[in-house]
Ligand binder design. Structure first.
Ligand code: ADP
Length: 154
């Protein structure tokens, strides 16, 4: 039997948005299993949305998808992938800024873990402008962010 294709979808997901949901659902056409992996070891360690809340909301969003799992991790993504025996990293690309960042991070990840291949999906145009940091800003000042999220916050 062919090996199960497992991809990690690593990110801060602060918060997880409809743009992220779109990448995960499209990724499921390519991979047998996707592990949404909320990292909290990056520069963004001061989260706005608590990590436990995000785990709960993402699990709820994908409760009918047995191929989608949610985990948290606090180490280098390349090391975490090794431990998990995952060969693929799934990432989304919105624009050239994403490309510049993703390009260097994927080179570093492969240097640290030779068996790791990064796979990029281009955003769906209707979600291209959805950005976690803008959502945090709108939410902080009491704005309604429900249109950008695939779950209800309260
Ligand atoms: P990170 O802090 O690692 O950049 P994010 O949670 O901001 O994590 O994003 C995780 C991944 O999802 C990144 O590859 C990012 O480019 C991608 N992404 C974020 N928003 C969108 C969107 N609206 N459409 C497509 N991809 C997106």
């Amino acid at each position: 039997m062919a090996e199960k294709k497992v991809a990690l979808f690593p990110g801060s997901f602060d918060p997880f948005t409809k743009g992220h949901e779109d990448i995960v659902l499209r990724g499921l056409q390519i991979f047998d299993e996707i592990v949404i992996s909320i990292g909290y070891n990056s520069q963004k360690s001061n989260r706005y949305f608590p990590i436990d809340l995000m785990v709960e909301k993402i699990r709820g969003t994908f409760q009918n998808y047995p191929g989608i799992k949610v985990q948290t991790y606090a180490e280098l993504t390349a090391e975490y992938a090794k431990r998990f025996n995952a060969r693929y990293l799934l990432r989304g690309l919105r624009n050239t800024t994403d490309f510049e960042y993703e390009n260097s991070i994927s080179q570093i990840n492969r240097k640290l873990n030779h068996q790791l291949e990064s796979v990029f999906l281009i955003t769906t145009p209707q979600f291209a402008w959805i950005n976690s940091s803008i959502i945090r800003e709108v939410h902080k000042y009491g704005g309604d962010v429900s249109d950008f999220l695939p779950y209800k916050l309260s």
